[in-house]
Design a protein around this ligand. Structure first.
Ligand SMILES: [Zn+2]
Ligand SMILES: [Zn+2]
Length: 160
């Protein structure tokens, strides 16, 4: 894609087992790689994302919508534990609560879950729980796993 440094395209091609020329043939044909489907789709099937080098989301709309429905919300409560009421807009309380849910095993450790935005899993950036709906009391336990790079991007986008 225009504006994407060659090194980045080369690394992307290698990850897919393609030569740089083969990779660029796909881009020239107006196709983009979808990490969730693990296949190429026409660019129009991806939501616009100006924060990304390629200007489009990393996964197609169809799977993004499906993934959004699977956003993790813990249902079960640790037995016998009393929670203080969630305070509105208290991000520290919300984060402590999520850390606690990880500690007691009601949420998986974030590094063990693929990044919601780019699909990253394994070595490299650490993963974090993002309060993607904000810090209203009813959303303290509504979180998505993102890698630190995507988390940073999300926070930048929220600030506008
Ligand atoms: Zn797809
Ligand atoms: Zn990511």
């Amino acid at each position: 894609m225009a504006g994407t440094p060659e090194g980045v395209r080369k690394a992307a091609a290698t990850r897919l087992g393609l030569s740089l020329a083969e990779y660029e043939e796909h881009l020239d044909a107006g196709l983009l790689w979808c990490w969730r489907c693990r296949e190429w789709h026409p660019a129009a099937e991806f939501a616009t994302d100006r924060n990304r080098g390629r200007g489009r989301a990393a996964a197609c709309r169809r799977t993004q919508n499906a993934a959004a429905r699977h956003t993790y919300t813990p249902r079960a409560r640790a037995r016998g534990r009393r929670y203080v009421d969630a305070r509105d807009d208290d991000r520290h309380q919300a984060r402590r609560r999520v850390n606690h849910l990880v500690d007691v095993g009601l949420l998986p450790p974030p590094d063990s879950v693929a990044c919601t935005d780019c699909g990253h899993l394994g070595n490299g950036p650490r993963h974090e729980y993002d309060h993607h709906l904000g810090y209203a009391p009813e959303h303290h336990e509504h979180v998505e796993v993102v890698c630190s790079a995507c988390h940073h991007r999300r926070e930048g986008a929220r600030r506008g």
